[in-house]
Design a protein around this ligand. Structure first.
Ligand code: URA
Length: 189
């Protein structure tokens, strides 16, 4: 395990543990404040993220930033955003189980150094990996699951909300619940 964030980031950025390293432009390590109490986890970089080296910078990312701002959260200040896999799967396919497995150690180390009180899983892939394998994200979003002193909540993926805007109000409720939980636990005081 790592004890130093910069070392972790630098090693991750030269990772060659799975085939995705052959096709990536940039490793997308994450963005935000490593001292944040809230960690967001997505699935993996898309095209824009691969090109820019930062998570959620496309249209989905703009929507995410809006929902964050509505509950006083900011990717540069009071949260950290990472992904299950750090390199873009070709044509944005789902990351393969072996790619997820190879990459998990990076996220595990990020988690161990951040020590978040709340983890928000963006979409089914992250929620299945971090909450429970058979999670039904459309039914179980917004529910807090406690695991070893950390609360985990799944919400709909921003890209899914762009495809199906009818689900936006439900997802927004999740962000309100998150704000309520942050305040209840006094995480920002
Ligand atoms: N989708 C994700 O799950 N993560 C990103 O970083 C971008 C899009």
């Amino acid at each position: 395990m790592y004890t130093n964030w910069d070392e972790l980031e630098s090693d991750c950025k030269s990772c060659r543990k799975c085939g995705l390293c052959e096709t990536r432009t940039n490793v997308v390590f994450g963005v935000g404040n490593p001292k944040a109490k809230v960690l967001f986890v997505g699935e993996g970089p898309g095209e824009n993220e691969d090109l820019q080296g930062e998570p959620f910078v496309g249209r989905g990312g703009q929507l995410l930033d809006k929902m964050l701002a509505a509950v006083d959260l900011d990717r540069k200040k009071n949260i950290y955003i990472a992904n299950i896999v750090k390199c873009r799967p070709p044509k944005n396919r789902d990351p393969l189980p072996e790619e997820q497995k190879a990459c998990t150690e990076w996220l595990r180390n990020q988690f161990a150094l951040i020590r978040p009180k709340i983890v928000v899983c963006l979409g089914r892939i992250a929620a299945a990996k971090l909450i429970k394998e058979d999670i039904k994200i459309t039914k179980e979003h917004g529910i807090f699951f406690e695991k070893n002193g950390t609360l985990f909540m799944g919400t709909l993926h921003p890209a899914a909300l762009l495809r199906n805007p009818n689900n936006k109000p439900g997802a927004f409720e999740d962000f309100l619940k998150l704000r309520q939980k942050i305040d209840e636990l006094g995480l920002e005081s």
